[in-house]
Design a protein around this ligand. Sequence first.
Ligand code: UDP
Length: 368
Amino acid sequence: MKILLCFGTRPEAIKMAPLYHELKKTNFQVKVCVTAQHREMLDQVLGFFEIIPEYDLDLMQPNQTLNGLSATILSKIDFVLNKEKPNLVIVHGDTTTSSMVALAAFHQGIKVGHVEAGLRTYNKKSPFPEEINRQLTSRLADIHFTPTYLATQNLLNEGVLQKNIIETGNTVIDALFWTLSKIEMPNYINPEIEKLTKSIPLNKKIILVTGHRRENFGHGFENLCKALLKISEREDVTIVYPVHLNPNVKEIVYNQLSKKENIHLITPVSYPAFVWLMKQSYLIVTDSGGIQEEAPSLGKPIIVTRTVSERPEGVTSGHSILVGTDEKKIIESIVAILNKDLIYENKNNPYGNGDAAQQILKYLLDND
Ligand code: UDP
């Protein structure tokens, strides 16, 4: 069987890496095509996970509209599909790359596998455009690899046949465990981690912050910054914030936070350095999906700066709190966690246990 893996962003690359390495152990012919929707951050991940794509569509353009991006993906991926003629195209998650590549494969009569299928908010506007991307991809896909029971139920409720759904857990946990095993090796040396060790006071409670969602552009990020300014007045904390490269995020965050001594604004770090930072942190404030999935395995509480999440499992299990982007609510929840000295003992991660890629592979081998 010839398989083409297609992805475009940092989180997709992290989550596809374990599957790529499993597939490479087999006799399947495996090719990788990246659209490079997020150029620099994607390249960091490809390097760390040693993925060398056969095709790089290099689509990132400044101020690109979603329609422009969609049209370019559709037109450029055709060449790859015609040349490779894969039996199966595997896409991931909820990006424009996932939905457009799935559509292009469908138009050519090529089977589509969807990793991290079935996540839903059922709110077209939130997250925008991710919810529609994942719903579109589900309509186009032939095989759905779901991370959780809830995701499976969502697809069953939408009429997807049980035989086409394989519940595997999330491959991000595989990537996380693999990375932990690397960075915990006694002789592991990483210049980025060394630099962070020197610049961040590790004796303080580290609040790790990230954010990138379109729904939070503008007011959302402004409020988050105000809340962080207030929290930074405490002497027992230090805030570490790898700022997303999107100008809609970068400008607000640097304008508001760059002058505070105990707020460390840094450029996005490589995956091993970020995993190290998560390990050092006391709590994490984020709107990221992947981090909501990873943090429970490290026992770190997460404050989610969104009002709705397609990942309710972590809220139910008590690992994450949804607070939205109200300044007061963000401050209150951070203070509550800091003051209670709350450390999660529960490391039972609702998103998976690290063997998702193996399960996907098993299905593909059994159904070759
Ligand atoms: N991450 C990283 N470097 C950073 C920030 C995050 O490698 O500076 C990783 C993080 O561990 C997670 C993924 O990137 O696996 C999350 O990406 P993002 O928040 O951009 O997207 P989402 O998960 O919301 O799709």
